[in-house]
Design a protein around this ligand. Structure first.
Ligand code: G1P
Length: 289
């Protein structure tokens, strides 16, 4: 069955990017000239997703304002002949059908995804985490959708990470299935060294079958006292086929300061307005360090 819907959980408190995220949602921080969440939505749209649910909270209304029209601003830009800016402002509002639901309590990623139950209904859906920004030729979520459709299964996006890093993520137990594709048989969130299944970590992209909702509904809190999506997926992979794709692309963790700066530099180097200038600036800077 075709994957047409995506869920973007964006109800976190942004505690790794304080103080900036005290009043600005971390999803709205600018990466060069666009907010982080726009990159996520553009990835979903370029993989053929039509309807997107953003799971928000009471401090995040800047997000739905951003994806709305802004007549006063648009009129001003039109009158000033600022066509390019006008188009960019309108484009953000016309990217996709965006829906919102609030996670009324901050109870974890699994709980946030469970809030999408009514929106999703009975079809497979994509999940894109707002902290994980991807740079790739083919959209990373599209790579997962291909595998999910081919095997009529759920699919998680993985890459190999170091022993030091895996404890920040989830570790999956895998068996080879095809090129860059595995079958998932178990997984663990934020593993201690003795719990590591493999160095393949799930990195922010999923295609899930709707059976996940019944599992999440009955799940006990796990790591950090939160309802963990990984604990739900651990059940799901025992009930139903789950695949993992070692996706092609570079992933940035924009939920922490260093990852955010890394993405800012790489994206600025690629940007037509800033690329050449930044290259010269960095060279000059490096010679003084
Ligand atoms: C979340 C998930 C974890 C995943 C990570 C990176 O963790 O719970 O399984 O590996 O994102 O995508 P968080 O970064 O919210 O601690």
């Amino acid at each position: 069955m075709k994957v047409r819907k995506a869920v973007i959980p964006a109800a976190g408190l942004g505690t790794r990017m304080l103080p900036a995220t005290k009043t600005v949602p971390k999803e709205m921080l600018p990466l060069v000239d666009k907010p982080v969440i726009q990159y996520i939505i553009e990835e979903a749209v370029s993989a053929g997703i039509e309807d997107i649910l953003v799971v928000t909270n009471r401090a995040k209304s800047a997000m739905d304002d951003y994806f709305d029209y802004y007549p006063e601003l648009e009129e001003r830009l039109g009158r000033a002949g600022k066509e390019r800016e006008l188009q960019e402002v309108r484009r953000a509002a016309d990217l996709a059908n965006i829906f919102y639901v609030r996670q009324k309590e901050t109870k974890g990623l699994g709980h946030a995804i469970w809030r999408a139950k009514r929106f999703v209904g009975d079809e497979p859906f994509a999940v894109l985490l707002g902290d994980d920004i991807m740079r790739s030729d083919k959209p990373v979520i599209g790579q997962l959708i291909d595998a999910a459709e081919k095997y009529a299964a759920s699919c998680v996006g993985v890459q190999e990470v170091s022993t030091a890093a895996i404890s920040k993520y989830s570790s999956v137990k895998v068996e080879p299935l095809g090129p860059r594709t595995f079958r998932v048989t178990d997984m663990v969130e934020k593993p201690r060294p003795e719990e590591i299944f493999s160095h393949y970590a799930i990195l922010g992209r999923y295609v899930l079958r709707p059976g996940i909702f019944d599992i999440l509904e009955n799940l006990k809190p796990g790591y950090g006292g939160e309802i963990q999506l990984t604990d739900g997926l651990r059940e799901l992979c025992k009930q139903d086929t789950m695949t993992a794709v070692d996706f092609e692309g570079k992933r940035y963790d924009t939920g922490n300061l260093k990852g955010f700066l890394e993405a800012t530099i790489d994206f600025s180097l690629d940007h037509p307005e800033t690329g050449a200038w930044l290259r010269d600036f960095l060279k000059e800077k490096a010679s003084t360090l």
